[in-house]
Ligand binder design. Sequence first.
Ligand code: CA
Ligand code: CA
Length: 77
Amino acid sequence: MSILTKKMIMGTLLTFSCVMCFASSDLFESLDIDDSGTISVTEASVHSVLNEMFTTLDENADGELSFEEFSKAGLEQ
Ligand SMILES: [Ca+2]
Ligand SMILES: [Ca+2]
């Protein structure tokens, strides 16, 4: 395999993984209106799916969804 081919494969992989990370954090950031780094019940209420799943996703029951809790919803897929 030539170096150029390897570079092209690496580039494709990097582009793909970046698209994935943008897709999820974009939704999270757009829902996090006050920029607190977590999504409150009020912020989640604008998203019907998230609103329904909120209590299930809020594993530590602090009334806020961290990015980790949010990502378990699989909304970025
Ligand atoms: Ca927030
Ligand atoms: Ca929480």
